[in-house]
Design a protein around this ligand. Sequence first.
Ligand SMILES: Nc1ncnc2c1ncn2[C@@H]1O[C@H](COP(=O)(O)OP(=O)(O)O)[C@@H](O)[C@H]1O
Length: 326
Amino acid sequence: MDDRPQQTPLFTFGLIADIQYADIDDGLNYTRTRRRYYRSSLQLLRNAQESWSKSAVRPEFILQLGDIIDGFNKDHGTSDKALDTVLREFSSSPVEVHHVWGNHEFYNFSRSALLRSRLNSSSLRTDGSLSGDIYAYHFSPSPGFTFVVLDAYDVSLLGREKSSEEYSEALKVIQKYNNNENLNCPPVFEGLQQRFTMFNGGFSKDQLDWLHSVLMSADEKRERVTIVSHVPIHPCSTDAICLAWNFDELLAVIRSHSSVVCFMAGHSHDGGYCQDEGTGVHHVTLDAVIETPPDSDAFGTVSVYEDRMVLKGNGRMENRVFRFPS
Ligand SMILES: Nc1ncnc2c1ncn2[C@@H]1O[C@H](COP(=O)(O)OP(=O)(O)O)[C@@H](O)[C@H]1O
C-alpha cells in the first residue's frame, strides 16, 4: 500500500464483478476445478453494500463489471426474479450503479431487452454514448476524470439474432480460428488463440472509432480516463481463454492516447493485474464474487487522488496502488 500520510481523496468508488447470483445449490465451474457459490453471492454483495454505506467517504458510484446473475436462471425461468433480487440489494443504498454487460447477461436476456432494462445505466450522468444498439458510454464523476463503459459483446454470437448480419460477421470471426462443433470449447489448449470461444466477444470498428474520439477529447483536456469492460484485454492481466477476441485492436487504440490510466474488467474469475510496459496503463481484472467462499469477500473501494488511485480490496481482492503514468 501507499506509505504516504492519508489525504482526503477527490472521490471514491466501489468495485464488484461476476456476482452470478442464482437461487440454486453450490456447483462447480466447467473444468470442475472451482466451486461456485450461487446463493451466497448475494450475501457477499450485501457485505459490499454495507461496507460502502458505512465508509467515512461515501462512494460516488459503484462499478458492477458484469455477470450480475448466472445463466442457470434462464434454464429455471428465474431470470427476472433473480435480477430483481440482486438489484434490490444494490438499491438498499442510494449510490448510483454503473452496470457493465457480460456473457451471463446475454444468457438471460436479449440485447434489446437489456437496452430497455435497469441494467442499462447509460442514462445516469452520461456525457455521451454510442448510438444504435452498442452499449458504450462515458461519464465524468469529477472534473478531470472520465470513465468509459465498453460493450465487449458488440461483436459476438451472444445477444445477436441468428438471422442478423452482426451474427454472421461474428460467426466468420470465430470460425476462422475455431472449428469445434461446440464453439464454447476453445480451439487450442494453450496460447492466445484459446480466446476464440463463444463466451467471449469483441469490439466493432464503430465502437473503437467512438472510443478513439472520446480519448482524443480527453487527451486535449489532459483528463485521467478509466475504461471498464466485462472482458479483459491485456494478455498479462488474465488467462488467455478470457481475452477479448480483438484485444490487440483495443490495446492499440488505448496505447495511442495519453489520457488512459487504467482498464478494469471481470470475467476471469481468479483476477489479475499488470502494468502495460510501454504506456504504464494499469490493467486490473477483478476476482469474482461467484467463486469466493461465503466466509470471505470480493469487492473493492477505490480512492482517487490527483496522482493515483488506491484500491482497498476486501477478502480475496488485493490492495493495489495505480499511480498515474506521467
Ligand atoms: N472448455 C469448455 N468447453 C466447452 N464448453 C465450455 C468450456 N468452458 C466453458 N464452457 C461453457 O461455456 C459457458 C460459459 O462458461 P462459464 O464457465 O459458465 O462462463 P463464466 O466463467 O463467464 O461463468 C457455459 O455454458 C460452459 O458450460
